[in-house]
Write a protein that binds this ligand. Structure first.
Ligand code: NAD
Length: 371
């Protein structure tokens, strides 16, 4: 079995889908691993480290990918790169096949076995493969650090010869994976932290991290452990209670999302106008439209003295650990079909009765793909 990894080419992407650690494990399993020179450089993994882990280093992406049985990536390869893969190649990564028609067409035209990991069912067994969770953890952490950097205040309470500094009040909007990591991080920095979510089980999770649960009187658990979109009445109720509360908040970190939909708009312009000058909003949901009406993708906006920041791809900002986690997730997923046996026989061993494979593969198939 040949596994190929090229350097990521998307703007601002520093992560890599394979680390020397996971490379070594795949090689131990009997796979041949080809890595494009420099693929790990932005995540601080050197070519030498890959070579020591048993990889074959090649000059360009085509040499790494075009003859592979399995391609591992973070961002989707371009449609053009997909077109050059061997027919039937398995491709694993954050492929977002529906986000780009040319990409979807290329996957179909080359009969690729595309495994967009954002489709992976979030079952207990899949946790070790869950890239959305591992990357959201880094994003939540970085979002709080950005907020601390932008804020013209200390986060912790300080008692000094120059008087007492009161701790910053930090509100985390949405307490999923990113939000809970944001709460933990803001708490470690000494802020007074509170959070809310529409899934009722988050109260206990927020409290167990030392945060205060802000009860806005709305409960909207949806399918598969996710939130559902709010009704107009629920949204109005949430906003009414929130508007008043925000007057006393110094920092907001937004992380709310509903799968398959634009980010819910939670913080209105009027609410921002009611906040104290010097307040900061970091909106992790910027990528999908933002939780704040004033958020602009990838930009920082100053609205009457309140800074609204909309960072993109924060997981990439922590490329070393984000890549380590991502690569382990991919290794665990690939282990479903890169078995010792498969390596011996020289072909990937897909068990299409395994829901983790059957539900992740794209396009969805009524019958299992032929072996
Ligand atoms: P996500 O990124 O889709 O959403 C982030 C958070 O925003 C969620 O907690 C959601 O409830 C919240 N939200 C949505 N609309 C909101 C609104 N109007 N106001 C306030 N909050 C709102 O979710 P995620 O972080 O990827 O995961 C959510 C949950 O899925 C996890 O907390 C967990 O319960 C479950 N999950 C399970 C597993 C597993 O068992 N393997 C793995 C990962 C996640």
């Amino acid at each position: 079995i040949t596994i190929g990894v090229a350097g990521e080419t998307a703007d601002g992407e520093r992560r890599v889908a394979l680390t020397p650690e996971t490379c070594k494990k795949l090689v131990a399993r009997g796979a041949r691993v080809r890595v494009q020179r420099g693929a790990g450089r932005k995540a601080a993994f050197t070519d030498e480290a890959y070579a020591d882990a048993g990889a074959e280093l090649v000059a360009d992406a085509a040499a790494a990918l075009n003859d592979a049985d399995l391609v591992l990536c973070v961002q989707p390869p371009t449609a053009q790169a997909l077109q050059q893969l061997r027919e039937g190649t398995a491709v694993v990564g954050l492929l977002a096949p529906q986000a780009d028609a040319a990409r979807g067409d290329a996957i179909n035209a080359r009969k690729l076995l595309a495994f967009p990991l954002e489709r992976l069912p979030r079952t207990t067994r899949a946790q070790a493969m869950d890239v959305l969770s591992s990357q959201a953890g880094m994003a939540g952490y970085k979002a709080v650090l950005i907020a601390a950097q932008l804020a013209p205040r200390f986060f912790p309470m300080l008692t000094t010869a120059a008087g007492t500094i009161r701790p910053s009040k930090v509100l985390i909007v949405g307490a999923g994976v990113a939000g809970l990591q944001a709460i933990a991080t803001a708490k470690r920095l000494g802020a007074q932290v509170e959070g809310f979510d529409v899934r009722p089980e988050t109260r206990e999770q927020i409290e167990s991290l030392g945060g205060r649960f802000l009860d806005l009187g709305v409960s909207a658990a949806g399918e598969g452990g996710y939130a559902r979109a709010l009704t107009d009445e629920e949204r109005a109720e949430q906003q009414r209670r929130l508007a008043d509360h925000l007057k006393g908040v110094d920092v907001i970190v937004c992380t709310a999302a509903v799968p398959g939909r634009p980010a819910p708009k939670i913080i209105t312009t009027t609410m921002v106008e009611g906040m104290k000058p010097g307040s900061v909003i970091v909106d992790l949901a910027a990528e999908t439209g933002g939780n704040c009406e004033l958020t602009r993708r990838g930009e920082s906006v100053d609205h009457n003295g309140v800074v609204v920041d909309g960072p993109l791809n924060l997981a990439s900002a922590g490329a070393v650990h984000a890549s380590e986690m991502y690569a382990r997730n991919l290794f665990n997923f690939a282990s479903l079909f890169v078995t010792d046996e498969a390596a011996k026989e020289g072909r990937l061993a897909f068990d299409w009765n395994d829901e983790l494979l059957a539900k992740t593969v794209w396009p969805e198939r009524a019958t299992a793909p032929a072996a």
